[in-house]
Design a protein around this ligand. Structure first.
Ligand code: ZN
Length: 284
């Protein structure tokens, strides 16, 4: 088998495409595996074989074409969606109708019908952009030198989460089971649960080798050690809110108390501190 020759070894992320002020940053995760970060915040991974590519997540609908243009080949063999949210599945629409799209059965259910998210309707994807290879159990694909393990880990972020493990290159995509350095979104309207979210992270840190690069749906690449620390921090915040609730404080009191002040950096993405306190309070 012929190996792809990399034209440029990119060690630091560089903006490779910009449109309407949105930039996509690309960096190399491992040989023939690139990380694409849309606006530096929303991650997807391109895994290259000979003249073809497997995409792990597809970004937003509005950036699908941009993502397609940043790939080294037009020949997309598979798209794997880690879960149903439109910042991971929306980009499916930019790819040819014959591209195989792999996702959990529950992800298919959610992108093929109208869903509620943040109280608003989320419309289905067009039929050609819906997953046609629906899985419920661990599925392994041999793609050139890559072994691609798709492992369902549901009920934490949504009811259709899968993680994607590439043991040969020590890369792990965990979708939105990691918002690196940020409070996570737990989609309780669509099968997510905070405790299960933590349990799923525990499962990953116990079952996946410690030397992998962990790519979450959002934020920088983490080591397994950082991922463990992340979980520890989230649990600390739960303890603080839980103690205040036990003292009889209402959710509004807790939000006003600024009890998570020392974790302020975690609230800088769309799950702000009040939103995270609400998630915890309602999960207790
Ligand atoms: Zn998500």
């Amino acid at each position: 088998m012929r190996k792809l020759s990399l034209l440029i070894a990119i060690l630091i992320p560089v903006a490779i495409f910009a449109q309407n002020n949105i930039k996509i940053f690309k960096s190399e995760l491992a040989e023939n595996i690139d990380l694409h970060q849309i606006a530096g915040k929303c991650n997807l991974i391109a895994v290259y074989g000979y003249n073809s590519v497997v995409l792990i997540d597809a970004g937003y609908g509005s950036t699908g074409k941009m993502v397609k243009d940043t790939l080294k080949t037009d020949n997309v063999k598979y798209i794997i969606n880690t879960h149903w949210h439109s910042d991971h599945t929306g980009g499916n629409i930019a790819f040819d109708k014959d591209v195989n799209i792999i996702a959990h059965e529950n992800t298919y259910k959610r992108v093929s019908t109208t869903q509620k998210l943040f109280g608003k309707d989320s419309k289905p994807l067009p039929e050609y952009a819906q997953p046609d290879m629906r899985i419920k159990k661990k599925t392994v694909i041999d793609f050139y030198e890559h072994k691609i393990e798709i492992i369902p880990l549901t009920g934490g972020h949504t009811d259709g989460d899968v993680i994607v493990y590439l043991p040969n290159s020590k890369v792990l995509a965990v979708g939105d089971l990691l918002f690196a350095g940020l409070y996570p979104f737990v989609d309780t309207e669509n099968g997510g649960n905070m405790y299960k979210y933590f349990k799923n992270i525990e499962w990953i840190t116990k079952n996946i080798p410690a030397d992998v690069k962990v790519v979450g749906g959002h934020g920088p690449v983490f080591s397994i050690e950082q991922y463990k620390q992340y979980l520890k921090t989230l649990k600390e915040t739960v303890k603080i809110v839980s103690d205040l609730k036990k003292d009889g404080k209402t959710m509004e009191d807790i939000i006003k108390s600024e009890c998570l002040k020392e974790y302020a950096d975690y609230g800088k993405f769309f799950i702000t501190e009040p939103f995270w306190i609400e998630t915890i309070y309602k999960s207790l």
